[in-house]
Design a protein around this ligand. Sequence first.
Ligand SMILES: *Cc1c(COP(=O)(O)O)cnc(C)c1O
Length: 381
Amino acid sequence: MAMPIYMDYNATTPVDPRVVEAMRPAFEEHFGNPASRTHPYGWAAARLVEKARASLASLLGGNPDEFIFTAGATEANNLAIKGVVWGRTGKTCHVITCATEHKAVLDPCRRLARDGEVELTILPVDRCGRIDPQQVHKALRPDTALVSLMLANNETGTLHPLPEVAQICRQRGVLLHTDATQAVGKIPVNVHELGVDLLSLSAHKFYGPKGIGALWRRRGVPLVPLLDGGGHEQGLRSGTLAVPLIVGLQRALELCCSDLECEGSRLAALRDELRRLLLNSIPGVEENGDPQHRLPNTLNLTFRDVEGNALLASLPALAISSGSACTSADPAPSHVLLAMGRTSREAQASLRFSLGRPTTAAEVEKAAELVRAALARLHRR
Ligand SMILES: *Cc1c(COP(=O)(O)O)cnc(C)c1O
């Protein structure tokens, strides 16, 4: 059987062959442990890691020593949130986040709240999935330690007004963390322009390898490590550094950043074409997300008068994700679409198309054709 057309690049991306190529020497030749300070094997590996750190700093802003390598964005988010909360000395501690965050932010926040370590405010969003900075302002308390707000939403592509939120947080001396996992590699991201204190990213969302990410932490932001051990990464993330993966992360980010604008407008044009083909020709289709503030590659649509499971089941030739089963273990309707005012039924009858570097115009046309045919079959029933 031919493989379905892949349009699930927000879930993960293939590793770019140029990234694989860049990683190879770090697997074979420079296999040393960067923590081995007594011989050239270690020195060579350490040089690769420091080169990657410097490259991240030049592409995303910040200083090289402010990047902490982690196993991905889930770990980076956990380190940012728990690390800040556990680093607080005060008795009570308040954390603010948002209803449309990824589970890798919501769940650590909820665990801290459940364990009585923080009081948690989960802010609502508007129908486009955006937060109103004034809501953040109103939610701040004297004991607020941290605001965690994603830059780009993984399901809808909606971008939050991070710089405005950052200004509010800075005025009140509250730390701001952003899960920028879907933004890095797709749109310009600079830690200084955003005005954040902590930022999470993950390589496998931008054509790098799985199992590597980073937390950028502004110098001086107090953080308690999740792991105790050899004291790597300034004691903030013990464990032997994954040198080949770190080199892959660096190369993948360099490649994305070198072609950010071109690729961004190419994907936006393809996304707009897919949108036109589906939205304009089929009745009962509505778009989810912000029409202006959004990623170039993501299209999320609700098909009003069909049943979600039937819709996805009738599209085996398309690898896309739906407004339910965003992880297969969890078939509940998308918490993101619910927070945007969709009903459970509508959320489940929603599809996310996320395009990527290998996506072609022919694939977009074919995808639209497949969806149209599937809907025609479902409506006939
Ligand atoms: C994919 C994703 C994550 C999880 O990243 P991992 O590196 O797979 O742990 C977190 N947040 C967002 C917004 C994501 O899209």
